[in-house]
Design a protein around this ligand. Structure first.
Ligand SMILES: Nc1nc2c(c(=O)[nH]1)N[C@H]1C(S)=C(S)[C@@H](COP(=O)(O)O)O[C@H]1N2
Ligand SMILES: [Mo]
Length: 507
């Protein structure tokens, strides 16, 4: 097929777009889509420091960037494959049909190599080849009536495809995993409703700061697209240093007596006054019961927890023993982006060991290294104490500041505010603690548990005062035992951000 060179480029580019669209039609926004597969490969090739900054720091924005880049790269790559095949066809003096077939087959092969998804690769190649064929018609000007009909229906099909793909694409690009499951059954459990309304009542209403149960929970994971785990096929295995391996299906988990826990998660990549800290009401079962059933051997010290996305985290067995398997969040089924159908919640620790899409707990007799530790992070230990300043409102000399504070299972007893750059301190008003279950496995020495309070949840704070000149507001949390949050400043990498948050306020 002969086109002038610029047209050849345009045809190849259109064909590249068609392959990307075709593979999306079959695979959707999943790891089987060539673009996601390519993004995942890029992640593997990325230097650790960049990966660390990109994922732990940017979160879902990083994912959108990565996927957009991979989509552009895939389009160029499939276009290049088309150009190459066209050239081979031209050199060999092949028939048009033969060349079109060559283009489609080469693109299908390339797509298959990228994603190992035969169906998606085939449809991608088909659309890629068809685009070249149709563009060829247009380019050679031999568009008779019958062909015009074909072209028109192809155009209509393309529009239909675009419409069909728009929904999932918008969701994928929006990155809103909470929205992923919108429209699903809402809570009917009266206990959940009561707890959520307690949280609502106890929240301060501060613009810019989340209420006690976050309206939008942050998402951090290593995936360009999250795994889609079939709940009917899901199982959790307990293996390793145990008397008896367990293999539990979803019913074996949800059939147990359920608990509801308010739990705060914070990513080790969260900046000092960042937003990668949030709280939800989770429904699930304690992990201790499962470990008891499996019977942990005396030399079991640690665990490796694995997930459906290939993620793995190793940490002390003692942390897991206080852990929780959650399958509902804020009264709804656990959203895909937060680990559906089941995730782990480990009290008092950084977000990263709260493994989503959990599939296996392996009990180990020695320490091991997890996904982020292999990339230089130290995120398997207790979460740092931190107070955020997310709300500043000034009104005619009156200033209101506020936010929340989190100290893991050490608990927040007070939040202190300075309005003179740290010289003098006042106690802020803090929200009443969220209620907590008194689970059978709870540590009776834990004062929060004893008091029926959530053992691992943040508190809100606010402070109102008068000011007539520019000044520096500083905020710090005080732990339950009186320990004041450390002023020492550090970056998120590798052990989490520390220091006091401060902000200049001009009334
Ligand atoms: N399977 C899996 N679990 C995971 C991750 C992941 O990449 N894969 N990321 C971890 C990190 S770094 C954090 S901070 C929390 C975030 O949980 P969220 O997305 O529900 O807020 O999930 C953790 N669990
Ligand atoms: Mo994280």
């Amino acid at each position: 097929m002969e086109y002038p060179a610029p047209r050849r480029l345009a045809v190849a580019a259109a064909s590249g777009v068609a392959v990307v669209a075709g593979t999306f039609l079959v695979a959707g926004f999943s790891p089987r889509w060539t673009v996601v597969a390519l993004a995942q490969t890029l992640l593997l090739l990325m230097p650790d420091a960049l990966l660390a900054a990109g994922i732990q720091g940017l979160g879902s924005a990083g994912q959108v960037l990565l996927v957009a880049g991979a989509a552009a790269l895939a389009t160029v790559a499939f276009g290049a494959v088309a150009l190459l095949a066209l050239r081979v066809g031209r050199r060999g003096g092949r028939e048009r049909a033969e060349t079109v077939f060559l283009v489609g087959a080469a693109q299908a092969l390339a797509a298959f190599v990228l994603s190992v998804a035969p169906g998606a690769a085939a449809v991608g190649g088909l659309l890629g080849g068809a685009t070249v064929a149709l563009a060829g018609e247009a380019a050679t000007g031999r568009v008779d009536r019958a062909r015009r009909g074909v072209l028109r229906s192809a155009g209509a099909a393309a529009v239909a495809v675009a419409f069909a793909g728009a929904g999932p694409l918008a969701r994928a690009v929006g990155g809103g995993s909470d929205a992923d499951d919108a429209g699903e059954e809402t809570s009917v459990d009266p206990t959940v409703e009561r707890l959520l309304s307690v949280a609502d009542d106890r929240s301060f209403d501060l613009a810019g700061a989340e209420p006690l149960v976050s309206e939008s929970h942050y998402v951090v994971d290593k995936n360009a697209a999250d795994p889609r785990v079939d709940p009917a096929a899901w199982s959790l295995r307990v293996t390793g240093e145990v008397r008896e391996d367990l293999d539990l299906d979803l019913e074996a988990v949800t059939g147990r007596p359920a608990q509801h826990r308010f739990v705060t998660l914070r990513c080790v990549g969260d900046k000092l006054n960042g937003r990668k800290v949030d709280t939800a009401l989770w429904t699930g079962v304690p992990i201790a019961g499962l470990l008891e059933e499996a019977g942990v051997d005396a030399d079991g010290c640690c665990v490796m927890v694995r997930a459906a996305d290939g993620y793995y985290q190793a940490f002390p067995l003692s942390a897991l023993e206080r852990g929780f398997l959650a399958y509902r969040m804020n009264g709804r089924p656990l959203p895909r982006g937060h680990g559906a159908p089941v995730r782990a919640l480990i009290p008092g620790h950084w977000g990263e060991i709260n493994v989503k899409w959990i599939t296996e707990i392996e009990v180990l007799d020695e320490e091991a290294t997890g996904y982020w530790e292999e990339r230089g992070w130290h995120g398997t230990g207790p979460v740092a104490t931190n107070a955020k300043l997310h709300h500043v409102e000034t009104d005619d000399g009156r200033v209101e500041v506020g936010g929340h504070a989190y100290a893991g299972t050490r608990g927040v007893s007070a939040v202190e505010v300075s309005t003179d750059g740290g010289d003098t301190w006042t106690e802020a008003e803090v929200t009443e603690r969220l209620p907590g279950p008194t689970p059978a496995d709870a540590d009776p020495d834990d004062p929060a548990v004893a008091a029926g309070e959530a053992a691992d949840a943040w508190r809100g704070w606010r402070h109102e005062y008068e000011a007539d000149a520019e000044h520096e507001v500083v905020v710090r949390a005080v732990e339950r035992d009186g320990t004041v949050q450390s002023p020492e400043e550090s970056d998120p990498f590798p052990s989490g951000a520390s220091g006091w948050v401060s902000r200049t306020v001009d009334p």
